[in-house]
Design a protein around this ligand. Structure first.
Ligand SMILES: Cc1ncc(COP(=O)(O)O)c(C=O)c1O
Length: 343
């Protein structure tokens, strides 16, 4: 695959697709420590056929973005949170975490080295970073690997759900992406493998993605395949599901904070029953890739519950979107420690 050239990119029409950029960060764990760390131009991983990542899913990852500000600077949004979550995912899969401060430093190095690929301010595009760790080396027994590769690669992206801030419909799934006390809280490959079939069914039926219900009773909303869920009640309360089997979304916790502290809303992390959607006037999906994607309607067992008519987006959803993206692109003052400049 040829290396991507920045001048070939149509910044206003970016999708969410892999591109082979000039540089990525790579580090190797062997003999009990991380070593040989640095930038490389090689986008191919050379690994043993016995790698635990390939057979037993010993693999975790992250998703984060770099934003170009109006003055042309580049900044990251809460990268320390991604570092911490990856450490937690590593703990769950018995992998050696990459040190959190070095994770953030490596992310900055990748952004700096590929700075030409951070989309211009005003296009809505961002540089998406994909930190990834895999268990490698010659193994075949079901146990943790002795060797690992950690990499961070990047690509410029536009909106994840087609249309961006336009309401789209979602459908509940009869499948589970993760077990009640399984790996749902961790960003591990296996959760996403389990979500491919239900996600594909949802897409084929014209929905943006599926919504998973709690794996115990299938009564409560868990999350969307690649984003967390939130609803706004008739009396303007911001509610989002709490569960041991959903990914703790950095965007969701940022919105909870902003809704409470900047918009003065009542907020709650709690149970969201699928048969009580009437309490909400609006609903949305939120995540690094999804940002905030309004949910037009949810189809559940053949009934479509509609939140939005046509292209209307509620005022609170809009305020939250403007505030979050304003902070990310440097137009709105960020709460202490939320943005880090790439210098
Ligand atoms: C399953 C799932 N839930 C939620 C999210 C949102 O998390 P974050 O806001 O940290 O990106 C993601 C990823 O982006 C995800 O893959």
């Amino acid at each position: 695959m040829a290396k991507q050239v920045a001048s070939d990119i149509d910044w206003n029409n970016l999708g969410f697709d892999y591109m082979d950029l000039p540089y990525r960060f790579r580090a190797y764990y062997h003999d009990g420590k991380w070593q040989d760390a640095g930038l490389t131009e090689d986008s191919t991983l050379h690994i043993s056929e016995g790698s635990t990542a390939l057979h037993y899913g010993q693999a975790d990852f992250e998703g984060m973005k770099a934003y170009r500000t109006k003055s042309g600077e580049i900044q990251l949004f809460r990268p320390d949170r991604n570092a911490k979550r990856m450490k937690d995912s590593c703990t769950r899969l018995l992998m050696p975490a990459f040190p959190e401060d070095q994770f953030v430093q490596a992310a900055k190095e990748v952004v700096k080295a590929n700075a030409d690929f951070v989309p211009p301010y005003g296009t809505g595009g961002t540089l998406y970073l994909r930190p990834l760790m895999i268990g490698v080396g010659g193994n075949i027994g079901v146990h943790a690997a002795d060797e690992y590769i950690f990499t961070i690669f990047a690509m410029p992206v536009g909106s994840y759900f087609k249309g961006g801030m336009v309401p789209t419909n979602f459908i509940t799934s009869d499948f589970d992406r993760a077990a009640h006390k399984g790996t749902g809280q961790s960003k591990v490959g296996g959760n996403y493998a389990a979500s491919l079939l239900p996600g594909d069914e949802a897409h084929k039926n014209g929905f943006s993605d599926c919504i998973y219900l709690d794996p115990v009773n299938h009564e409560k909303i868990e999350e969307v395949g690649s984003a967390n869920f939130f609803g706004i009640t008739k009396d303007n309360k911001f509610i989002t599901p709490k569960s041991p089997s959903i990914l703790p979304s950095i965007t969701k916790y940022s919105l909870l904070w902003l809704a409470k502290n900047r918009l003065g809303l009542e907020v709650e992390e709690g149970d969201v029953y699928i048969d009580q959607l009437d309490q909400f006037t609006k609903a949305g999906a939120c995540g690094t890739a999804a940002v905030i994607s309004p949910i037009g309607g949810i189809s559940h067992h053949g009934n479509l519950h509609v939140f939005y008519s046509e292209t209307e987006v509620g005022p609170i959803t809009t305020q939250l979107y403007d505030m979050l993206t304003g902070i990310q692109f440097g137009d709105v003052e960020a709460p202490e420690g939320w943005v880090q400049k790439v210098e």
